[in-house]
Ligand binder design. Structure first.
Ligand code: ZN
Length: 236
């Protein structure tokens, strides 16, 4: 398994089991659509992505797994739409001919910097949300959504696309504002991981130390889940 660390594999199996338990094969199809499309785009972008850890798997799939255990289809799908939108935006944004700009101030930032967006990446993210939403609307089980009003496919499609896009935007806003950013005290090179050692150990220059990229991803899937739940008539 070249995509996952042993811990990541364990976490992925747990997420898969929760989704299968909650939604059966329809849930697994949705989960695989997210996982395979993301992995394919990473390969396509020829990015040497490090193998995903348990933390990263939970950041992307944990909210969907919990929603699956509650039988909340649209909430789980909203979380996955947000995770897919993020992944697609990141991978397709790498092909942008223009440098990314910070979502908050519009200042130019280096490629791959958290909070930076491009038109191409954003369009890719919307496409990712749309693909997951279309699948989820097509596969949505009748009657499984305890507490939710049953809505037709069109409404589900629109709500879930909106949920995915909202999650993607939340990811960028958090990445641009409160996510921890670090600098090498010796050469001013910038980093996003607090455990990096450049010329010397990096130090926090902005944001919150505990809010790393994984925590931001988790928050983005929570936003996707919340928007999907609201739009589907939960919590009314
Ligand atoms: Zn340095």
């Amino acid at each position: 398994m070249s995509w996952l660390t042993p811990g990541g594999l364990t976490a992925a199996l747990a997420v898969g089991a929760a989704v299968a338990w909650g939604f059966g094969w329809q849930g697994l199809v949705l989960l695989f659509a997210f996982f395979l499309s993301g992995s394919f785009l990473t390969q396509f972008a020829e990015r040497r992505a490090p193998r995903r850890t348990a933390r990263q798997v939970v950041a992307n799939g944990g909210v969907a797994a919990v929603a699956a255990l509650c039988g909340a289809w649209s909430v789980a799908a909203g979380a996955l739409a947000a995770a897919a939108a993020d992944t697609w935006a990141t991978e397709l944004g790498a092909f942008s001919p223009f440098a990314p700009r910070l979502i908050t101030t519009g200042a130019r930032v280096t490629r791959g910097a958290s909070g930076g967006i491009t038109a191409l990446g954003t369009a890719g993210g919307v496409a990712g949300a749309l693909v997951l939403a279309t699948l989820a609307a097509w596969l949505q089980p009748r009657g499984v959504a305890a507490g939710a009003v049953y809505h037709g496919r069109t409404r589900t499609l629109l709500v879930l696309t909106g949920a995915g896009v909202a999650g993607m935007l939340a990811d960028s806003v958090l990445g641009a504002t409160v996510q921890g950013k670090y600098e090498c005290p010796a050469c001013d090179a910038r980093f996003e991981r607090g455990n990096t050692v450049c010329h010397e150990a990096v130090r926090l220059t902005r944001g919150w130390r505990w809010l790393d990229n994984d925590a931001v991803n988790l928050a983005a899937t929570l936003v996707g889940a919340a928007v999907a739940g609201l739009g589907s008539g939960y919590w009314r």
